[in-house]
Design a protein around this ligand. Structure first.
Ligand code: P6P
Length: 346
């Protein structure tokens, strides 16, 4: 059920979730802090060229390269710093992990620690920032294992099913926070005059069927055979085995593509290809695929590696990469079936 509710602020929603016993005070504080950090990132992103924050980050005059081997944008570094600073002193976290940092980041000893672990991609799709295309912040929340006071990397390696909250903030024509605490997926729009997030949709719901797919077609010749067949049948349209025509969208900003799918349906895929297979895929499990999988499943959709439910994957590394299929449930199931049939024949 999707119903516009413009009168409920994010704070009110979180207080009502706490009153209902679905979250505790520390998790409520954590989400409020992340939302406040996203407002600061939205302001920095929104300044564009006027803010002097476009282009590549430099370190000693050279392009700064992160643990992913990717050139960092100035806004990547700034967004990461905003999230680190915002979450340091609240006493709700035992540690943080970021796409932009090689290892997990402990809460400084001068501050109290809490029971949660926060993982994030501070500015996903940042290669689009210089051409003014929507980008976003993705975050995932796990419990810190009992008895652990100084979280290390291995404490973050929990399956997506262990997430207690997940969300993203998309910096587009409007700034929207999309959030789940395990009881539906809900969207909030930033009211810039008030300076707060206001609920836009309670209970986002992904249609089970779709006629729209999102994939980077330039990788087609590098895909595995089942992916070649699956997309080939999509492109064959109504004369082909699928019996209907499909449309394609690819923003190359996961937050923007997933937001469209949460809003009107579709399937998003970044499958294995021979270029990224050695790394396990392109997109990262812990702070891209898992939080998006949680949001999508809570909206009635599905998320898979093509061979395994995304949130069942047992992580082996903080920056582990995985193939991704997510969105309209019946379409994800169709894509998975192509992989199952291929593997069974092999
Ligand atoms: P490609 C952005 O760099 C990102 O991590 C995702 O946001 C996006 O879906 C994907 O990579 C785009 O990858 O190969 O199309 O540039």
């Amino acid at each position: 059920m999707t119903s516009p509710s413009s009168s409920i602020s994010l704070t009110r929603y979180l207080i009502e979730e706490q009153r209902a016993g679905r979250i505790n005070a520390d998790l409520r504080l954590l989400i409020e802090v992340v939302a406040r950090a996203c407002k600061s990132i939205s302001i920095a992103v929104g300044k564009g060229a006027l803010g002097g924050v476009l282009g590549d980050a430099l370190s000693a005059g050279e392009a700064s390269i992160n643990v992913q081997g990717e050139a960092q944008k100035k806004l990547d570094v700034l967004s990461n710093e905003i999230l680190l600073e915002a979450n340091a002193w609240g006493g709700h976290l035992a540690g943080l992990a970021s796409e932009e940092m090689d290892t997990s980041h402990p809460i400084p000893d001068v501050y109290p620690r809490g029971n949660y672990l926060l993982l994030f991609d501070p500015l996903d799709g940042s290669s689009n920032i210089d051409v003014n295309i929507s980008v976003g912040t993705i975050f995932s929340v796990l419990r810190c294992p009992d008895g652990v006071t100084r979280a290390q990397d291995e404490h973050f390696l929990q399956p997506g099913s262990a997430q207690v909250a997940a969300g993203y903030c998309t910096y587009g024509p409007s700034t929207m926070l999309v959030l789940t605490v395990g009881h539906g997926t809900h969207s909030f729009t930033l009211d810039r005059e008030v300076g707060g997030f206001v609920m836009t949709t309670r209970g986002m719901t992904i249609p089970e069927e779709t006629r729209e797919f999102a994939v980077n077609m330039s990788n087609q010749r590098f895909w595995e055979a089942p992916m070649q067949r699956y997309v080939g049948d999509l492109l064959a349209g109504r004369e082909g085995p699928r019996g209907k025509d499909f449309n394609m969208r690819w923003v190359a900003s996961m937050v923007a593509d997933v937001h469209r799918i949460l809003t009107r349906g579709g399937i998003f895929s970044y499958p294995l290809d021979s270029k990224c297979a050695a790394k396990g895929g392109k997109l990262r499990l812990m702070y891209e695929a898992n939080p998006m999988a949680f949001l999508v499943e809570q909206a009635g959709g599905a998320a898979s590696t093509g061979r395994e439910r995304m949130m069942d994957v047992a992580p082996t590394g903080l920056h582990q990469r995985v193939p991704v299929f997510l969105g309209s449930r019946r379409e994800v199931e169709a894509a998975v079936e192509y992989h199952r049939a291929h593997d069974a024949a092999a």
